[in-house]
Design a protein. Structure first.
Length: 149
């Protein structure tokens, strides 16, 4: 992953941009999509959610760079960004502590069997993940690597 996808904040000074993602050939029965970004390598004991976006319309097959930003609000119309582990309802970039080695950032596109996942406004990442996973028909993951020395 490049510096442009690193968080702005704490002691990180990247561009805080979500990556460009594109997919095709949705499985039969797909009614919407969700995207998750997760780092399993944090010291939290439960990983770290950087991004969860649900209710992406079936007609959307591409997310441009920066679409998850809280500043430019260019997430697909009808979609909902869930509060991540930085307590922000948007994408938050990589910011592994210096000296913790290589972190694996898993960006997953989920083809969902429902048009809309209903969640309370204060839904936790765990609840969002649960609802995404029980409605996933198929998913595909791209893993990006990042570290700070």
């Amino acid at each position: 992953m490049s510096k442009r996808h690193e968080l702005i904040g704490y002691d990180c000074s990247g561009g805080d941009l979500s990556p460009h993602l594109k997919w095709s050939d949705a499985p039969e029965g797909t009614k919407s999509y969700a995207i998750t970004a997760y780092d399993p390598d944090t010291a939290s004991g439960s990983g770290w959610w950087h991004w969860q976006i649900i209710n992406i319309p079936i007609t959307v097959m591409e997310i441009p760079t920066g679409a998850g930003s809280k500043k430019n609000n260019s997430a697909p119309i009808g979609s909902t960004q869930i509060e991540n582990d930085f307590s922000i309802a948007a994408f938050s970039g990589a910011c592994p502590p210096k000296g913790t080695g290589l972190h694996h950032y898993r960006f997953t596109i989920h083809a969902l069997s429902v048009e809309k996942i209903e969640l309370p406004g204060n839904a936790s990442s765990a609840l969002a993940g649960y609802m995404i996973n029980i409605h996933t028909i198929e998913s595909s993951t791209i893993e990006s690597l990042y570290k700070r020395d």
